[in-house]
Design a protein around this ligand. Structure first.
Ligand SMILES: *Cc1c(COP(=O)(O)O)cnc(C)c1O
Length: 359
């Protein structure tokens, strides 16, 4: 049966929701209306003569098997979980659910992940900014709270933060979650590289909190586009109502299930990345034009050099691509370097050392 968003009760999701969505019905796909078992499926205009078995069928619109696996791994029930075509889809859907174009705004904390801004701009939503502190990239929670107005629907907190690599302090996040009347979106794309524990288990204490994670980074599945949002079931229901019906394709659901069945492999590779990150951080500091390597809890390093633009251009000529972040606020002279394979890292270090002659 079609469900409407107005079933949501707790907190004030109802009040936060864009008015025209309060009575909207989800598109009712053939696969979502029938959820029992049957032998004859003649409800979705698929091609039964196809040799593409089982891909001639539409995928499960609510990804039940995949959600069950994630729910087991994370220790939280599946009704607290939304899956998106990458967490970027969850970011976009959150804005489309709660922010009225030209009226509402979001608060971001630069320097941070670029999609919050891009998604807001695409959706015609105003952006407020409170910069993280220069040098430490810590968050002044009170400053953030002072910047919001009655149209601020969400605050995006990325921890560990991209591109700086540091964790945002627990106290700041709690302070904001307690005081802010809108949604607090905690983006944990890099959580598996961090010693900190996830905020997933706090969504019961803070009903206005949404935690984003992804299979793109530590899980090594950037190509299949699967992202997760953990939140109160009423909010999950809202996202499910407005998402494209078949947003995660069958191949992605299948591959995700396979990889999630072996979490120890993910943990082994992330441990390797962390060791490599520590080694590279030290080695980079030996290069004369490297001024600073910021502490990182992610799978990349933010590195301050004397001439970032020039370094990126010269490395590119050698076939080595790193990310220039020097135009970001408080990131003067900074580049972001992903921890790669030993082979890639060795080439990067060799080329960077060689450039000490000219930089
Ligand atoms: C990489 C990244 C994502 C993207 O996740 P997808 O699931 O690949 O869309 C989200 N947030 C941050 C902070 C990221 O760095």
């Amino acid at each position: 049966m079609a469900t409407t968003i107005s079933n949501s009760t707790n907190f004030s999701f109802e009040q936060l929701l864009r008015p025209h969505l309060k009575s909207i019905e989800a598109y009712s796909s053939a696969r979502s209306e029938f959820s029992g078992s049957a032998n004859v499926f003649l409800d979705a205009n698929e091609n039964p003569y196809s040799e593409q078995f089982p891909y001639h069928r539409y995928p499960d619109p609510l990804q039940k098997a995949l959600k069950a696996a994630i729910s087991g791994l994370k220790g939280i029930s599946a009704d607290h979980l939304f899956l998106g075509n990458g967490s970027d889809e969850a970011i976009d859907l959150l804005m489309r659910a709660f922010c009225e174009p030209k009226t509402d705004n979001i608060l971001i904390l630069p320097p941070t992940y670029g999609m919050y801004k891009t998604s807001a701009e695409i959706n015609g939503i105003e952006i407020k900014r409170v910069n993280l502190e220069a040098g430490s990239f810590e968050l002044d929670a009170q400053k953030a709270l002072d910047a919001v107005d009655k149209h601020t629907k969400m605050i995006f907190i990325c921890t560990p933060n991209n591109p700086t690599g540091n964790n945002i302090s627990d106290e700041s996040i709690k302070h904001i979650a307690r005081q802010f009347k809108g949604l607090v979106v905690v983006d944990e794309a890099y959580i598996d590289f961090s010693p900190n524990s996830s905020w997933i288990h706090f969504i019961k204490d803070y009903p206005n909190m949404v935690v984003l994670q992804t299979l793109s980074k530590a899980w090594g599945l950037a190509g299949i586009r699967v992202g997760m949002a953990f939140a109160h079931p009423s909010l999950i229901q809202i996202l499910n109502t407005i998402k494209p019906p078949y947003n995660i394709n069958s191949l992605s659901q299948e591959q995700a299930l396979k990889v999630l069945a072996q979490p120890e492999k993910m943990r082994n590779t992330t441990e390797g990345v962390i060791k490599m990150r520590q080694k590279m951080a030290k080695e980079l500091l030996d290069i004369p034009y490297v001024k600073q390597v910021f502490p990182s809890h992610a799978n990349f390093l933010l590195v301050q050099v004397s001439e970032a633009d020039k370094l990126c251009i010269l490395l590119r000529e050698k076939g080595v691509i790193i990310r220039n972040r020097s135009k970001e606020v408080h990131c003067e002279g900074c580049v972001r370097i992903t921890i790669g394979t030993e082979y890639e890292n060795n080439i990067l270090m060799r080329e960077m050392k060689a450039l000490a002659e000219v930089l």
